[in-house]
Design a binder for this molecule. Structure first.
Ligand SMILES: [Zn+2]
Length: 246
């Protein structure tokens, strides 16, 4: 029991370190910048950060959300992304235990999380992060199943998109959504992939009505629904069973 708590804390800290890297990805990839060079620096005064300015969450709290050199406020995005990534790692550890593929599942959800943040900030979904999520989703014990479900999910969504754009005579679904569907299929398998699709449509309903003119990015709802159905996979299956067979 005590051992589990120690592992859980270690997983959380590791997740927050990954979250720290994720901030760099979210900030630099949409601008076409390198993620390794230059080293972390303040966005305003460009002073390189010391190692103790780079500790996830704590540095932000310790610096009270301001640059140590020029006192420019540091975006809330940094500590929030670090905290959420740490939490994603911990809940996946609680779900799966310390299995060899935990880092890959966590990496896949982390890449989806990066997509969500970039989609919110820039209304864009970069292909390299999208493909990274798909690749990580395939590294698991049921590799062949994951490949098959991923391919069917992506192919199915591509066909639906093709049909609806023929009918509506305009682009109905982006290529990015097709890749995300592949990741969802690989992570969830069938029939839970459909449960997640259905759940994402429900989650997106109210925001889509509120921000009708501006348009709502759909990837965040796909990703959130995927995480929920992944965590509650047996409950989702049971629910589907009840719906179909009463
Ligand atoms: Zn500064």
């Amino acid at each position: 029991m005590q051992e589990n708590i120690i592992i859980g804390v270690a997983v959380f800290i590791f997740g927050m370190l990954i979250g720290s890297f994720l901030n760099v990805v979210i900030y630099r990839i949409p601008k076409g910048e390198s993620i390794s060079f230059p080293a972390s620096h303040c966005q305003r005064c460009h002073t390189p950060l010391k190692w103790y300015h780079n500790i996830p969450l704590f540095s932000w709290l310790f610096l009270r959300g301001r640059c140590a050199f020029c006192k420019e406020p540091i975006s809330m995005q940094y500590p929030v992304v670090e905290l959420l990534t740490g939490l994603i790692f911990v809940i996946l550890y609680l779900k799966l235990g310390l299995v060899w593929y935990l880092p890959f599942v966590a990496a896949s959800f982390t890449a989806l999380f990066a997509l969500v943040m970039i989609d919110f900030k820039y209304m864009a979904v970069p292909d390299n992060v999208n493909f990274a999520a798909l690749l990580f989703a395939l590294i698991q014990p049921n590799f062949l199943d994951a490949m098959m479900y991923g391919a069917i999910a992506a192919g199915g969504l591509y066909l639906i998109g093709l049909l609806s754009s023929l009918i509506a005579r305009k682009e109905a679904m982006g290529g990015a959504d097709v890749i995300v569907a592949g990741t969802m299929g690989a992570l969830l398998g069938f029939p839970n992939f459909f449960m997640a699709l259905f759940l994402s449509a429900i989650l997106a309903m109210i925001p889509a009505m509120v921000w009708r003119e501006k348009g709502v990015p759909f990837v965040p709802f796909l990703a959130l629904a995927t995480l929920i159905v992944y965590l509650y996979d047996t409950q989702a299956l049971h629910l589907l069973d009840t719906i179909i067979y009463g």
